[in-house]
Design a protein around this ligand. Structure first.
Ligand code: ADP
Ligand code: MG
Length: 447
Protein backbone atom coordinates (compact mmCIF):
# COMPACT_ATOMS: atom_id res chain seq x y z
CA UNK A 1 0.00 0.00 0.00
CA UNK A 2 2.79 2.43 0.83
CA UNK A 3 4.98 1.30 -2.07
CA UNK A 4 7.78 -0.22 -0.01
CA UNK A 5 8.57 -2.64 -2.80
CA UNK A 6 11.38 -4.61 -4.33
CA UNK A 7 11.61 -6.72 -7.42
CA UNK A 8 11.87 -10.45 -6.76
CA UNK A 9 14.96 -12.62 -6.75
CA UNK A 10 13.34 -14.83 -9.40
CA UNK A 11 12.64 -11.93 -11.78
CA UNK A 12 15.07 -9.22 -10.68
CA UNK A 13 14.63 -7.05 -13.76
CA UNK A 14 10.86 -7.23 -14.18
CA UNK A 15 8.50 -4.69 -12.65
CA UNK A 16 5.43 -6.80 -13.43
CA UNK A 17 6.16 -9.10 -10.50
CA UNK A 18 7.17 -7.42 -7.27
CA UNK A 19 7.03 -8.09 -3.57
CA UNK A 20 7.25 -6.02 -0.43
CA UNK A 21 10.71 -5.10 0.81
CA UNK A 22 11.37 -6.90 4.11
CA UNK A 23 10.40 -4.93 7.20
CA UNK A 24 9.85 -5.29 10.95
CA UNK A 25 6.29 -5.65 12.16
CA UNK A 26 6.93 -3.09 14.90
CA UNK A 27 9.12 0.00 15.12
CA UNK A 28 12.19 -0.40 17.35
CA UNK A 29 13.10 1.64 20.38
CA UNK A 30 15.99 4.06 19.82
CA UNK A 31 17.40 6.29 22.57
CA UNK A 32 16.50 9.86 21.64
CA UNK A 33 19.82 11.30 22.80
CA UNK A 34 21.77 8.96 20.53
CA UNK A 35 19.46 9.66 17.60
CA UNK A 36 20.01 13.39 18.07
CA UNK A 37 23.74 12.88 18.47
CA UNK A 38 23.85 11.03 15.15
CA UNK A 39 22.05 13.89 13.38
CA UNK A 40 24.25 16.49 15.07
CA UNK A 41 27.49 14.93 13.83
CA UNK A 42 26.41 14.37 10.23
CA UNK A 43 27.51 17.72 8.84
CA UNK A 44 30.88 17.19 10.49
CA UNK A 45 31.19 13.85 8.71
CA UNK A 46 30.28 15.52 5.42
CA UNK A 47 33.10 18.03 5.94
CA UNK A 48 35.48 15.24 6.87
CA UNK A 49 34.75 13.07 3.84
CA UNK A 50 35.11 16.10 1.59
CA UNK A 51 38.43 17.02 3.22
CA UNK A 52 39.80 13.49 2.78
CA UNK A 53 38.75 13.39 -0.86
CA UNK A 54 40.77 16.56 -1.50
CA UNK A 55 43.87 15.36 0.34
CA UNK A 56 45.94 13.46 -2.20
CA UNK A 57 48.83 12.86 0.21
CA UNK A 58 46.57 11.54 2.95
CA UNK A 59 44.90 9.04 0.63
CA UNK A 60 48.21 7.99 -0.85
CA UNK A 61 49.85 7.46 2.54
CA UNK A 62 46.85 5.78 4.15
CA UNK A 63 46.15 3.35 1.33
CA UNK A 64 49.78 2.55 0.48
CA UNK A 65 49.86 -0.76 2.36
CA UNK A 66 46.34 -1.73 1.30
CA UNK A 67 46.84 -1.28 -2.43
CA UNK A 68 49.85 -3.57 -2.37
CA UNK A 69 47.59 -6.50 -1.53
CA UNK A 70 44.02 -5.49 -2.42
CA UNK A 71 43.57 -5.43 -6.19
CA UNK A 72 40.22 -3.67 -6.16
CA UNK A 73 41.36 -0.74 -4.04
CA UNK A 74 44.55 -0.61 -6.13
CA UNK A 75 42.56 -0.34 -9.34
CA UNK A 76 40.41 2.46 -7.98
CA UNK A 77 43.53 4.19 -6.75
CA UNK A 78 45.15 3.95 -10.16
CA UNK A 79 42.21 5.77 -11.74
CA UNK A 80 42.34 8.35 -8.95
CA UNK A 81 46.02 9.02 -9.68
CA UNK A 82 45.45 9.08 -13.42
CA UNK A 83 42.68 11.70 -13.32
CA UNK A 84 44.75 13.90 -11.01
CA UNK A 85 47.72 13.68 -13.33
CA UNK A 86 45.61 14.69 -16.29
CA UNK A 87 44.05 17.51 -14.23
CA UNK A 88 40.44 17.47 -13.02
CA UNK A 89 37.85 18.66 -15.51
CA UNK A 90 35.18 18.46 -12.80
CA UNK A 91 34.66 21.63 -10.75
CA UNK A 92 31.40 20.88 -8.93
CA UNK A 93 31.44 18.07 -6.35
CA UNK A 94 28.51 16.23 -4.83
CA UNK A 95 28.77 13.88 -1.88
CA UNK A 96 25.97 11.61 -0.72
CA UNK A 97 26.85 9.38 2.18
CA UNK A 98 25.23 7.38 4.93
CA UNK A 99 26.89 7.08 8.31
CA UNK A 100 25.80 3.89 10.12
CA UNK A 101 25.73 3.36 13.87
CA UNK A 102 24.83 0.87 16.55
CA UNK A 103 24.04 1.56 20.20
CA UNK A 104 26.80 0.00 22.24
CA UNK A 105 25.99 -1.41 25.66
CA UNK A 106 29.35 -3.12 26.06
CA UNK A 107 30.81 -0.75 28.64
CA UNK A 108 29.27 0.28 31.95
CA UNK A 109 26.98 3.31 31.79
CA UNK A 110 24.30 4.31 29.30
CA UNK A 111 24.35 3.03 25.69
CA UNK A 112 26.75 4.87 23.39
CA UNK A 113 26.49 5.80 19.73
CA UNK A 114 29.23 3.95 17.83
CA UNK A 115 29.86 4.26 14.11
CA UNK A 116 29.93 1.01 12.12
CA UNK A 117 31.11 2.66 8.91
CA UNK A 118 30.40 5.51 6.52
CA UNK A 119 29.20 4.64 3.02
CA UNK A 120 30.38 7.13 0.43
CA UNK A 121 29.12 5.32 -2.68
CA UNK A 122 25.72 3.85 -3.58
CA UNK A 123 24.26 4.21 -0.08
CA UNK A 124 20.78 2.82 -0.54
CA UNK A 125 17.28 2.83 1.02
CA UNK A 126 16.77 6.58 1.11
CA UNK A 127 13.71 5.97 -1.07
CA UNK A 128 12.02 3.04 0.62
CA UNK A 129 13.18 4.45 3.95
CA UNK A 130 11.11 7.57 3.21
CA UNK A 131 7.96 5.42 3.17
CA UNK A 132 8.54 2.96 5.98
CA UNK A 133 7.32 5.18 8.83
CA UNK A 134 3.86 5.22 7.21
CA UNK A 135 3.77 1.41 7.36
CA UNK A 136 4.68 1.33 11.04
CA UNK A 137 2.25 4.16 11.82
CA UNK A 138 -0.53 2.06 10.28
CA UNK A 139 0.48 -1.03 12.26
CA UNK A 140 0.47 0.88 15.54
CA UNK A 141 -2.98 2.37 14.82
CA UNK A 142 -4.38 -1.08 14.03
CA UNK A 143 -2.93 -2.24 17.34
CA UNK A 144 -4.84 0.54 19.11
CA UNK A 145 -1.79 2.72 19.73
CA UNK A 146 -2.61 6.00 17.93
CA UNK A 147 -0.52 8.14 20.27
CA UNK A 148 2.56 6.02 19.69
CA UNK A 149 1.85 6.11 15.95
CA UNK A 150 1.76 9.90 16.03
CA UNK A 151 5.18 9.97 17.65
CA UNK A 152 6.92 8.24 14.74
CA UNK A 153 9.04 10.83 12.99
CA UNK A 154 8.55 11.25 9.26
CA UNK A 155 11.77 11.30 7.25
CA UNK A 156 12.40 11.90 3.58
CA UNK A 157 16.05 11.26 2.76
CA UNK A 158 15.15 10.67 -0.90
CA UNK A 159 14.09 14.29 -1.17
CA UNK A 160 17.23 15.46 0.62
CA UNK A 161 19.44 13.48 -1.75
CA UNK A 162 17.50 14.78 -4.75
CA UNK A 163 18.03 18.36 -3.56
CA UNK A 164 21.77 17.70 -3.62
CA UNK A 165 21.59 16.14 -7.08
CA UNK A 166 19.49 19.10 -8.27
CA UNK A 167 21.95 21.61 -6.85
CA UNK A 168 24.89 19.90 -8.54
CA UNK A 169 22.94 19.74 -11.81
CA UNK A 170 22.13 23.45 -11.57
CA UNK A 171 25.75 24.44 -10.86
CA UNK A 172 26.95 22.34 -13.76
CA UNK A 173 25.08 24.92 -15.78
CA UNK A 174 23.66 23.21 -18.85
CA UNK A 175 19.84 23.12 -18.72
CA UNK A 176 19.52 20.46 -21.41
CA UNK A 177 21.91 18.06 -19.66
CA UNK A 178 20.56 15.11 -17.68
CA UNK A 179 21.32 13.26 -14.45
CA UNK A 180 22.50 9.71 -15.15
CA UNK A 181 21.85 6.97 -12.58
CA UNK A 182 24.62 4.43 -13.13
CA UNK A 183 22.85 1.18 -12.23
CA UNK A 184 23.69 -2.48 -11.81
CA UNK A 185 22.83 -5.27 -14.23
CA UNK A 186 20.48 -6.76 -11.63
CA UNK A 187 18.10 -4.06 -10.44
CA UNK A 188 15.98 -5.48 -7.66
CA UNK A 189 16.07 -2.25 -5.71
CA UNK A 190 14.93 -0.01 -8.56
CA UNK A 191 11.97 1.49 -6.67
CA UNK A 192 14.31 2.84 -4.01
CA UNK A 193 16.15 4.67 -6.79
CA UNK A 194 12.95 5.79 -8.52
CA UNK A 195 11.92 7.69 -5.38
CA UNK A 196 14.95 9.94 -5.88
CA UNK A 197 14.45 10.04 -9.63
CA UNK A 198 10.85 11.24 -9.28
CA UNK A 199 11.95 14.12 -7.07
CA UNK A 200 14.20 15.22 -9.94
CA UNK A 201 11.50 14.93 -12.61
CA UNK A 202 9.27 17.02 -10.32
CA UNK A 203 11.93 19.73 -10.64
CA UNK A 204 12.03 19.31 -14.43
CA UNK A 205 15.43 17.65 -14.36
CA UNK A 206 15.72 14.77 -16.80
CA UNK A 207 17.04 11.40 -15.61
CA UNK A 208 18.44 8.49 -17.57
CA UNK A 209 19.40 5.06 -16.22
CA UNK A 210 22.44 3.36 -17.72
CA UNK A 211 24.86 0.56 -16.86
CA UNK A 212 28.64 0.67 -17.19
CA UNK A 213 28.38 -1.35 -20.36
CA UNK A 214 26.01 1.22 -21.91
CA UNK A 215 28.58 3.89 -21.10
CA UNK A 216 31.31 1.74 -22.62
CA UNK A 217 29.31 1.38 -25.83
CA UNK A 218 27.62 4.78 -26.09
CA UNK A 219 29.65 7.17 -23.95
CA UNK A 220 32.14 9.76 -25.17
CA UNK A 221 33.86 13.00 -24.18
CA UNK A 222 34.08 16.10 -26.33
CA UNK A 223 37.09 18.46 -26.46
CA UNK A 224 36.08 20.12 -23.18
CA UNK A 225 35.60 16.65 -21.65
CA UNK A 226 31.85 17.07 -21.49
CA UNK A 227 30.25 13.65 -21.14
CA UNK A 228 27.75 12.40 -23.71
CA UNK A 229 25.80 9.15 -23.51
CA UNK A 230 23.50 8.26 -26.40
CA UNK A 231 23.98 11.81 -27.64
CA UNK A 232 22.72 13.37 -24.39
CA UNK A 233 24.95 15.55 -22.29
CA UNK A 234 25.29 14.27 -18.72
CA UNK A 235 25.62 16.83 -15.93
CA UNK A 236 25.66 14.44 -12.95
CA UNK A 237 26.59 10.76 -12.68
CA UNK A 238 24.97 9.15 -9.62
CA UNK A 239 26.56 5.77 -8.94
CA UNK A 240 24.37 2.97 -7.63
CA UNK A 241 26.95 0.50 -8.94
CA UNK A 242 30.72 0.24 -8.97
CA UNK A 243 31.36 -0.39 -5.26
CA UNK A 244 32.43 -4.06 -5.36
CA UNK A 245 34.86 -5.98 -7.60
CA UNK A 246 32.05 -8.04 -9.14
CA UNK A 247 30.62 -4.83 -10.65
CA UNK A 248 33.59 -4.62 -13.02
CA UNK A 249 34.95 -6.36 -16.06
CA UNK A 250 37.63 -4.74 -18.23
CA UNK A 251 35.08 -2.78 -20.25
CA UNK A 252 33.42 -1.50 -17.09
CA UNK A 253 36.78 -0.29 -15.78
CA UNK A 254 37.26 1.56 -19.03
CA UNK A 255 33.81 3.12 -18.68
CA UNK A 256 34.62 4.13 -15.10
CA UNK A 257 37.79 5.85 -16.26
CA UNK A 258 35.89 7.71 -18.96
CA UNK A 259 33.35 8.94 -16.41
CA UNK A 260 36.04 10.00 -13.95
CA UNK A 261 37.94 11.93 -16.61
CA UNK A 262 34.81 13.82 -17.62
CA UNK A 263 33.60 17.23 -16.53
CA UNK A 264 30.36 15.72 -15.22
CA UNK A 265 29.73 15.83 -11.47
CA UNK A 266 30.37 12.32 -10.18
CA UNK A 267 28.54 11.28 -7.05
CA UNK A 268 30.94 10.22 -5.71
CA UNK A 269 34.14 11.05 -7.54
CA UNK A 270 36.72 8.32 -7.17
CA UNK A 271 38.61 10.11 -4.38
CA UNK A 272 35.43 10.25 -2.32
CA UNK A 273 34.82 6.56 -2.92
CA UNK A 274 38.34 5.87 -1.59
CA UNK A 275 37.60 8.10 1.42
CA UNK A 276 34.95 5.54 2.39
CA UNK A 277 37.31 2.57 2.61
CA UNK A 278 37.67 0.68 5.87
CA UNK A 279 41.39 1.43 5.86
CA UNK A 280 40.71 5.17 5.86
CA UNK A 281 38.19 4.70 8.68
CA UNK A 282 40.86 2.97 10.75
CA UNK A 283 43.46 5.65 10.03
CA UNK A 284 41.03 8.39 11.15
CA UNK A 285 40.95 6.90 14.64
CA UNK A 286 44.68 7.51 15.16
CA UNK A 287 45.53 10.41 17.47
CA UNK A 288 45.95 13.71 15.66
CA UNK A 289 44.61 12.62 12.26
CA UNK A 290 41.18 14.27 12.55
CA UNK A 291 42.80 17.48 13.81
CA UNK A 292 44.98 17.61 10.72
CA UNK A 293 42.10 16.99 8.32
CA UNK A 294 39.78 19.51 10.01
CA UNK A 295 42.08 22.28 11.25
CA UNK A 296 40.48 24.85 13.54
CA UNK A 297 37.37 22.73 14.07
CA UNK A 298 37.96 21.28 17.50
CA UNK A 299 34.24 20.84 18.26
CA UNK A 300 33.56 18.95 15.05
CA UNK A 301 36.58 16.74 15.76
CA UNK A 302 35.28 15.98 19.27
CA UNK A 303 31.79 15.14 17.97
CA UNK A 304 33.23 12.83 15.33
CA UNK A 305 35.69 11.12 17.67
CA UNK A 306 32.99 10.41 20.25
CA UNK A 307 31.35 8.04 17.74
CA UNK A 308 34.46 5.96 17.02
CA UNK A 309 34.77 2.41 18.26
CA UNK A 310 38.26 0.96 18.68
CA UNK A 311 39.90 0.48 15.27
CA UNK A 312 43.28 -1.16 14.71
CA UNK A 313 45.78 -1.47 11.90
CA UNK A 314 47.01 -4.90 10.81
CA UNK A 315 49.89 -3.47 8.78
CA UNK A 316 53.10 -5.48 8.97
CA UNK A 317 55.24 -4.48 11.93
CA UNK A 318 55.18 -4.54 15.69
CA UNK A 319 51.87 -2.71 16.16
CA UNK A 320 50.08 -5.00 13.70
CA UNK A 321 51.65 -8.10 15.28
CA UNK A 322 50.33 -7.11 18.67
CA UNK A 323 46.87 -6.42 17.27
CA UNK A 324 46.77 -9.78 15.49
CA UNK A 325 47.84 -11.58 18.66
CA UNK A 326 45.16 -9.84 20.72
CA UNK A 327 42.46 -10.75 18.22
CA UNK A 328 43.58 -14.37 18.08
CA UNK A 329 43.51 -14.53 21.87
CA UNK A 330 39.95 -13.07 22.17
CA UNK A 331 38.24 -13.24 18.77
CA UNK A 332 34.77 -12.70 20.28
CA UNK A 333 35.71 -9.10 21.10
CA UNK A 334 36.51 -8.06 17.51
CA UNK A 335 35.37 -7.86 13.89
CA UNK A 336 37.86 -8.47 11.08
CA UNK A 337 37.04 -6.37 8.02
CA UNK A 338 38.37 -6.55 4.46
CA UNK A 339 38.12 -3.56 2.09
CA UNK A 340 34.70 -4.63 0.82
CA UNK A 341 31.21 -3.14 0.78
CA UNK A 342 27.71 -4.53 0.60
CA UNK A 343 27.62 -6.83 3.62
CA UNK A 344 28.59 -10.42 4.28
CA UNK A 345 32.37 -9.94 4.07
CA UNK A 346 33.39 -9.46 7.69
CA UNK A 347 34.74 -12.21 9.90
CA UNK A 348 33.78 -12.96 13.49
CA UNK A 349 34.59 -15.38 16.29
CA UNK A 350 36.18 -18.70 15.40
CA UNK A 351 36.36 -17.84 11.71
CA UNK A 352 38.17 -14.59 12.51
CA UNK A 353 40.68 -16.55 14.59
CA UNK A 354 41.31 -19.15 11.89
CA UNK A 355 41.81 -16.58 9.14
CA UNK A 356 44.13 -14.44 11.24
CA UNK A 357 46.14 -17.51 12.29
CA UNK A 358 46.62 -18.34 8.63
CA UNK A 359 47.60 -14.85 7.44
CA UNK A 360 49.19 -13.39 10.55
CA UNK A 361 52.69 -13.42 9.09
CA UNK A 362 51.80 -12.64 5.48
CA UNK A 363 51.25 -9.32 3.69
CA UNK A 364 47.65 -10.42 3.05
CA UNK A 365 46.96 -9.32 6.62
CA UNK A 366 47.22 -5.68 5.56
CA UNK A 367 44.15 -5.97 3.35
CA UNK A 368 42.10 -6.15 6.59
CA UNK A 369 41.46 -3.89 9.53
CA UNK A 370 40.36 -4.92 13.01
CA UNK A 371 37.50 -3.28 14.91
CA UNK A 372 36.05 -3.65 18.39
CA UNK A 373 32.80 -5.56 18.25
CA UNK A 374 29.89 -3.35 19.23
CA UNK A 375 27.40 -4.92 21.63
CA UNK A 376 23.85 -3.61 21.26
CA UNK A 377 21.01 -4.65 23.54
CA UNK A 378 18.73 -7.05 21.62
CA UNK A 379 14.95 -6.54 21.54
CA UNK A 380 12.17 -8.85 20.32
CA UNK A 381 10.54 -8.09 16.98
CA UNK A 382 9.04 -9.88 13.97
CA UNK A 383 10.93 -9.77 10.67
CA UNK A 384 8.47 -9.88 7.78
CA UNK A 385 9.94 -11.34 4.64
CA UNK A 386 8.14 -12.90 1.70
CA UNK A 387 7.74 -16.66 2.10
CA UNK A 388 9.42 -16.71 5.50
CA UNK A 389 7.63 -18.11 8.54
CA UNK A 390 6.56 -15.47 11.04
CA UNK A 391 8.31 -15.80 14.36
CA UNK A 392 9.54 -13.63 17.20
CA UNK A 393 13.29 -12.95 16.97
CA UNK A 394 15.88 -11.33 19.17
CA UNK A 395 16.94 -8.35 17.05
CA UNK A 396 19.48 -5.56 16.91
CA UNK A 397 19.22 -2.32 14.93
CA UNK A 398 21.56 -0.11 12.94
CA UNK A 399 20.78 3.57 12.47
CA UNK A 400 21.93 5.34 9.31
CA UNK A 401 21.98 9.09 8.76
CA UNK A 402 22.15 10.35 5.20
CA UNK A 403 24.42 13.28 4.48
CA UNK A 404 24.61 15.43 1.38
CA UNK A 405 26.95 18.24 0.41
CA UNK A 406 27.89 20.19 -2.70
CA UNK A 407 31.13 22.01 -3.31
CA UNK A 408 31.90 24.38 -6.16
CA UNK A 409 35.64 24.78 -6.50
CA UNK A 410 36.74 25.33 -2.92
CA UNK A 411 33.42 26.71 -1.67
CA UNK A 412 30.95 24.47 0.14
CA UNK A 413 27.49 25.56 -1.05
CA UNK A 414 25.38 22.88 0.64
CA UNK A 415 25.99 20.71 3.72
CA UNK A 416 23.02 18.90 5.24
CA UNK A 417 21.81 15.86 7.12
CA UNK A 418 19.15 14.52 4.77
CA UNK A 419 17.20 11.99 6.84
CA UNK A 420 17.56 8.63 8.54
CA UNK A 421 17.16 4.91 8.04
CA UNK A 422 16.79 2.15 10.59
CA UNK A 423 17.65 -1.42 9.67
CA UNK A 424 17.11 -4.37 11.99
CA UNK A 425 18.30 -7.96 11.90
CA UNK A 426 18.15 -11.09 14.01
CA UNK A 427 21.08 -11.38 16.43
CA UNK A 428 22.22 -14.69 14.96
CA UNK A 429 23.36 -12.87 11.81
CA UNK A 430 26.66 -11.19 12.55
CA UNK A 431 26.77 -9.43 9.20
CA UNK A 432 24.77 -8.22 6.24
CA UNK A 433 22.30 -5.54 5.15
CA UNK A 434 18.85 -5.42 3.58
CA UNK A 435 20.05 -6.11 0.04
CA UNK A 436 22.03 -9.10 1.37
CA UNK A 437 18.75 -10.55 2.71
CA UNK A 438 19.68 -10.28 6.38
CA UNK A 439 18.44 -6.94 7.70
CA UNK A 440 14.98 -5.45 7.17
CA UNK A 441 13.57 -1.93 7.10
CA UNK A 442 12.49 -0.46 10.41
CA UNK A 443 11.44 2.87 11.96
CA UNK A 444 12.94 4.36 15.11
CA UNK A 445 10.59 4.84 18.05
CA UNK A 446 12.37 7.40 20.18
CA UNK A 447 12.55 6.70 23.90
P1 ADP B 1 29.71 -3.32 4.66
O1 ADP B 1 30.49 -2.28 3.94
O2 ADP B 1 29.86 -4.67 4.10
O3 ADP B 1 28.27 -2.89 4.87
P2 ADP B 1 30.00 -2.92 7.53
O4 ADP B 1 31.17 -2.36 8.18
O5 ADP B 1 28.79 -2.06 7.48
O6 ADP B 1 30.42 -3.42 6.09
O7 ADP B 1 29.62 -4.28 8.24
C1 ADP B 1 28.52 -5.06 7.83
C2 ADP B 1 27.65 -5.43 9.02
O8 ADP B 1 28.42 -6.10 10.00
C3 ADP B 1 27.06 -4.23 9.72
O9 ADP B 1 25.84 -3.85 9.13
C4 ADP B 1 26.89 -4.74 11.14
O10 ADP B 1 25.69 -5.48 11.25
C5 ADP B 1 28.04 -5.71 11.31
N1 ADP B 1 29.19 -5.03 11.94
C6 ADP B 1 30.17 -4.33 11.31
N2 ADP B 1 31.05 -3.82 12.19
C7 ADP B 1 30.64 -4.20 13.40
C8 ADP B 1 31.14 -3.98 14.73
N3 ADP B 1 32.26 -3.28 14.94
N4 ADP B 1 30.46 -4.54 15.75
C9 ADP B 1 29.33 -5.25 15.53
N5 ADP B 1 28.81 -5.50 14.32
C10 ADP B 1 29.45 -4.97 13.26
MG1 MG C 1 27.55 -1.43 6.07
Amino acid sequence: LEGVLMRTGAEPNASEVVSYAPFTLLPSAVPRVLFEQAYAVQRDFNLLVDAISRDKEFLERTLASTIKVDDFTARLFRIHRQVLEEGLAQSVFLGINRSDYMFDCGAAGPPALKQIEINTIAASFSGLGSRTAAVHGRVLRVLGMPEEAARLLPTNPARGLALGLAKAWELYGSPSAVVMFLVEEVQRNIFDQRCIENELWDRNIGVIRRRFRDVFQQGSLDGARRLYVDGQEVAVVYYRDGYVPSNYDEQNWEARLLLERSRAVKCPDIATQLAGTKKVQQELSRPGVLEKLLPGRAEAVARIRATFAGLYSLDLGEEGDKTAARAIASPERFVLKPQREGGGNNLYGEELRQVLERIKDSPERTSYILMDKIQPQPAVNYLLRARSPLKASECISELGIFGVYVRQGTELVLNEAAGHLLRTKAVEHADGGVAAGVAVLDTPYLV
